[in-house]
Ligand binder design. Structure first.
Ligand SMILES: C[S@@+](CC[C@H](N)C(=O)[O-])C[C@H]1O[C@@H](n2cnc3c(N)ncnc32)[C@H](O)[C@@H]1O
Length: 361
């Protein structure tokens, strides 16, 4: 069954995703520089075709697309097809409102044409050999399907953060294995689809939330989510079975896992050259403000907004309907905000952004 991975719509994701933009920004210069190596268009090529996958409501995706169009125009004057994909459950109305604010195109270079596509990153989205550039930011960490494996003592397929221990919270290496295999399988499908869609010489920039040797983007956010849910269980406001069944359907990869399909699967090794792979501890705007002001309440509020934008639809879909009607979702986020304001050290947040730049052979 496909997972619920949608963002909180109606402009909420756009208003609470400066952190994702910062995490993607550091890797955009890779692609801007690589655009100079795109194959020179021949007489039959009528446009540059660019696809962003997992664009959500679009504020970040449109910003990125504008930068790529500017880089393409340094290379040639061809028209540009700017394509934005997300799951059919996405708030596409907001995406189109963002594409044409005040009836003016947000992609403001001349001869740029836009379209949106509903479909999964892990399947085919456009005809064969039709793309020159493909990008994805902060999206392919979500599983394609809801994992069938269970994780009764934590909310994320990851070793719990040693810096935020709690009795009863644990994950064994054996419990993690099926999730690692599922994430690897998803990524193989993603690369196979892009291999079919990109022209020879086309470029693929893949960026996603991940982990390095000591930090994970899942630390902090999933610790506070887990703590809030367990507090509700202990106060008899949620059944214990809810915590045992709940799983945030994402996987936080290390850079080696991002490159593994290309290195290990012969079909992919012959389809792509890996130009760059890296991880960074990306600047987090709400942490920078906290450092500047020391205002932990403001930090907790921004942190909660950031977390809520991508967790609320998942949480709301998993909660029993009668509890949702009792406003439990709002109460859980109030609890999260309180926990953050009271314990900033326990829930320290690092955005470990990982990326790979690939060329289609
Ligand atoms: C955290 S948002 C990232 C939005 C934007 N790219 C950014 O960096 O701000 C993740 C987006 O990925 C989308 N997504 C999740 N799974 C997907 C899939 N299998 N195919 C396409 N989009 C997916 C979600 O619907 C959501 O809009």
């Amino acid at each position: 069954m496909p997972v619920t991975t949608g963002m909180k719509g109606g402009g909420y994701y756009d208003a609470n995703s400066r952190e994702q933009r910062s995490a993607a920004d550091s890797f955009l210069p890779w692609l801007e520089a690589a655009i100079a190596d795109l194959p020179t268009p021949d007489a039959s090529q009528s446009s540059w075709n660019v696809l962003d996958i997992g664009s959500s409501e679009g504020a970040n995706a449109i910003y990125t697309m504008n930068r790529l169009v500017a880089a393409l125009r340094q290379h040639s004057d061809l028209p540009v097809w700017a394509l934005f994909d997300d799951l059919p459950t996405n708030d596409f109305n907001q995406l189109f409102l963002n594409l044409f604010p005040d009836h003016m195109p947000a992609l403001n270079a001349p001869d740029v044409y836009t379209a949106a596509i509903g479909g999964s990153a892990f399947g085919r989205l456009v005809p064969p050999r039709s793309l020159h550039l493909a990008t994805t930011f902060n999206a392919i960490g979500f599983f394609e399907n809801r994992p069938t494996a269970r994780l009764p003592h934590f909310v994320l397929a990851m070793q719990p953060n040693p810096a935020a221990p709690r009795d009863g919270v644990s994950v064994t290496p054996e419990e993690l294995r099926p999730f690692q295999e599922q994430a690897h399988h998803d990524l193989c499908e993603f690369y196979k689809a892009r291999a079919a869609e990109l022209v020879p010489g086309g470029k693929l920039l893949v960026q996603v939330f991940g982990r390095n040797a000591t930090q994970s983007t899942g630390h902090g956010i999933c610790d506070v989510l887990s703590d809030a849910l367990l507090d509700f269980v202990e106060a008899d406001l949620l059944p214990q079975t809810f915590y045992e069944d709940f799983l945030f359907p994402a996987y936080y990869r290390c850079p080696e896992e991002l490159a593994a399909p290309i290195e290990q699967v012969p079909e992919l090794a012959s389809a792509f050259r890996i130009d760059q792979v890296a991880d960074i501890d990306a600047p987090v705007p709400f942490n920078a403000e906290f450092e500047r002001t020391g205002d932990r309440k403001a930090w907790a509020e921004s942190y909660t907004g950031f977390l809520r934008a991508f967790t609320e639809p998942v949480l709301a879909a998993a909660l029993p309907v009668d509890l949702v009607e009792e406003q439990i979702v709002a109460k859980i986020y109030q609890r999260i905000e309180q926990l953050l304001a009271d314990n900033p050290e326990r829930y320290e947040f690092h955005f470990i952004s990982i990326a790979a730049l690939l060329t289609r052979l």
